[in-house]
Design a protein around this ligand. Structure first.
Ligand code: TRP
Length: 376
């Protein structure tokens, strides 16, 4: 049995890129199945990282500082697989063509933010059919009761029901597909937000169940949940997380917003009336949010920055400037990538091939262990 790790660990301290561990799939091989091994492959020197992001809507500053920036850093320290999970996006109704368009745009955005396809493996979920295939095997070892307890399902199904949209079976089995995503890569670590902790727990439970029933097949992954701090709040409702589902866009800084608009959003950010600059999220949520954004962008501590300002105006102006400086080159790269959609598609095809070399081998291992009749 694979060693039982604690479910959640702090983000790892970064190590330099180690020697070739033989785990990076050989893109040139281009075959469906890489090296099939009957046991899970683990490589402590070069941990395998997997994370997924839905191609829905535009990314905002909270996504960049809370998630994507960690991916960009992690790609150098780990054998990293980043997946645009288009199949997950289909669990709620989508217009024909919408998911494809937003998958391309998400890829362009992630590349613009610094994911390097020569360093990590960036791909689209539906380009690697083993995700859907393994999700079936996973569903067959997952209890309905387990899926019923998932808070994301409860929230999203309530929302669909309010909109009088159908609540799909896909929305219900979503966590089984997510588990398959992770397990297909012999994943050691899954960097996700706090809201995904329950799905990673489920992934571990079903992987252990599968291993117990069919023999050592899957690596048991751990969630790595970043410490608070990079939590970016809405500029108008600073007690709410910045979110694309906010009632108004005034407090949400989209990465691709016109930068003059971005600067204005900061100048109009909600503060309070006592006029004192200090990092104190519960008493002064608006001011503290500005300090933590400025801190996250400049790599300094929010508390320390709080001591350097005595007025809200200069704090807002400096935060706006720092964010504009961060986003300017990202927008520039994004525009270049948008000019050449075929170039991005080609990078995604290479990513899918690299992913498939690993996923195919793990899927074959799982099927072997289940003992389905091999095709002659
Ligand atoms: N469920 C995740 C979210 O909503 C997205 C996701 C799908 C994911 N598959 C994954 C995240 C695998 C991590 C690993 O954010």
């Amino acid at each position: 049995m694979p060693a039982r790790h604690p479910a959640v660990v702090d983000p790892p301290t970064r190590t330099h890129t180690g020697p070739d561990t033989g785990r990076t799939p050989d893109a040139a091989a281009g075959n469906r199945v890489g090296t099939v091994t009957s046991r899970p492959v683990r490589s402590p020197a070069m941990p395998r990282v997997f994370s997924g992001i839905q191609p829905t809507g535009d990314l905002h500053l909270g996504n960049l500082l809370g998630a994507v920036r960690n991916w960009v850093q992690d790609q150098h320290a780990a054998d990293s697989f980043y997946c645009i999970v288009d199949l997950h996006a289909l669990t709620v109704p989508k217009a024909p063509g919408e998911v494809g368009r937003s998958s391309l745009e998400m890829a362009q955005t992630l590349l613009a933010c610094g994911l390097d396809p020569d360093v990590c493996t960036l791909f689209v979920q539906s380009h690697v059919p083993e995700h859907a295939e393994l999700s079936w095997l996973v569903q067959c070892v997952t209890a309905m009761g387990e899926l019923n307890r998932m808070t994301q399902f409860k929230d999203k199904s309530a929302k669909q029901a309010n909109k009088t949209d159908l609540v799909s079976v896909g929305l219900f089995t979503y966590p089984a597909l997510q588990a398959a995503d992770i397990l297909l890569y012999d994943t050691d670590r899954v960097p996700v937000g706090e809201d995904q902790r329950q799905h990673i727990e489920l992934t571990r439970d079903v992987a252990e169940r599968f291993n117990a029933r069919f023999g050592d097949t899957f690596v048991i992954p751990q969630a790595t949940i970043p410490r608070a701090g990079a939590r970016v709040m809405d500029l108008q409702e600073p007690t709410d997380k910045m979110s694309k589902s906010a009632a108004s866009d005034a407090g949400v800084v989209y990465l691709m917003d016109d930068l003059a608009v971005t600067a204005k959003k900061f100048k109009r950010a909600v503060t309070d009336s006592d006029g004192e600059v200090r990092y104190d999220p519960s008493a002064k949520p608006g001011v503290s949010n500005l300090l933590s954004i400025l801190g996250a962008v400049t790599g300094r501590s929010a508390e320390e920055l709080g001591e350097e300002y005595s007025q809200y105006g200069p704090l807002k102006a400096d935060t706006a400037d720092a964010v504009v400086e961060l986003l300017t080159p990202i927008q520039q790269r994004f525009r270049e990538l948008v000019e050449d959609p075929a170039g991005t598609s080609e990078l995604l095809a290479i990513g899918a091939e690299k992913a498939r070399a690993v996923a195919g081998a793990v899927y074959t291992r799982a099927v072997d262990h289940v003992g389905l009749l091999p095709r002659a």
